[in-house]
Ligand binder design. Structure first.
Ligand code: ZN
Length: 271
């Protein structure tokens, strides 16, 4: 349980106060905080509440969305990310996860160049605030609008090109499990000091919704024990973050769902 972190969106029906109390009672150690869950209390109070319940804030989620064919919109995205980095600092989160974005009106290569430029524009503030930026590659089914970074290789390439201790990668099994280069790219990510975060869930079979049908660990077809081993062999010792978007689980009694998460996590841990 030492490395168990849960994203607030995983138990979306709970507000932050409820989630913090329930996670803490259940022995969860880490929490990754989505922006929407902080809106009621504000970032600073949210951070205090979380720490008072003995939880460690792992990441603030999620910035990014850099590409656009419109230069003014690209500038707005950078400003929005700066605001989120300031919120991360007020919250007490050491890192901001980036869902990098994609613009269907231009090539993926152009979008990737704009993503790199966008992240580079954030570097001075990242250093000033000591907030790390984690590039999260997304499954190619989201390459139209959510992310032009779809493999760990592409994320590694950008992180290495930027070459800053403040820029790394969030590896999410849901997005990357299918990639036959995954083991090597995880190794590469670790060797370069870029393996910042690790997100877990499972791929439901059949998947009935492209966004909100993620499974609990062990329920689907992701080779979780292999990927976990690769990540650990790459030197990763951080939290294993349970990030599940699921209409099915959000309809369930969240106390029962949290029990299921913990059971699934314990099974996953011994594999
Ligand atoms: Zn993720």
């Amino acid at each position: 349980m030492e490395n168990l972190c849960i994203h607030t969106i995983t138990t979306k029906p709970w507000n932050l106060e409820e989630a913090v109390v329930k996670f803490s009672e259940a022995g969860v150690k880490g929490i990754s905080v989505w922006e929407d869950s902080t809106l009621k209390l504000g970032a600073e109070k949210s951070g205090r509440l979380i720490r008072e319940h003995g939880l460690e804030i792992v990441s603030y989620v999620r910035g990014g969305f850099f590409p656009s064919i419109n230069a003014a919109k690209r500038e707005q995205a950078i400003e929005k990310n700066k605001k989120m980095m300031e919120d991360a600092t007020a919250l007490g989160a050491p890192s901001l996860v980036l869902v990098c974005g994609a613009e269907p009106m231009q090539s993926l290569e152009n979008s990737r160049m704009q993503i790199q430029a966008g992240i580079e524009a954030l570097l001075p503030l990242a250093e000033e605030l000591n907030v790390k930026l984690s590039i999260e590659p997304l499954h190619p089914m989201y390459a139209d609008t959510r992310s032009a970074i779809n493999t760990l290789k592409q994320a590694n390439d950008i992180a290495e090109a930027i070459n800053s201790p403040y820029v790394g990668v969030a590896v999410d099994v849901y997005h990357l499990w299918w990639d036959d280069n995954l083991e090597n790219e995880i190794k590469r990510c670790g060797e370069n000091g870029n393996l910042f975060a690790f997100h877990i869930c499972d791929w439901s079979v059949p998947t009935v919704d492209m966004l909100n049908d993620r499974g609990l660990m062990g329920e689907g077809c992701i080779p979780l024990s292999n990927i976990k081993k690769w990540v650990e062999n790459a030197g990763f010792t951080g939290y294993h973050e349970v990030e599940i978007f699921s209409n099915k689980f959000w309809q369930m009694d969240q106390d029962i769902f949290l029990k299921k998460i913990i059971e699934a996590y314990k099974e996953y841990q011994i594999q």
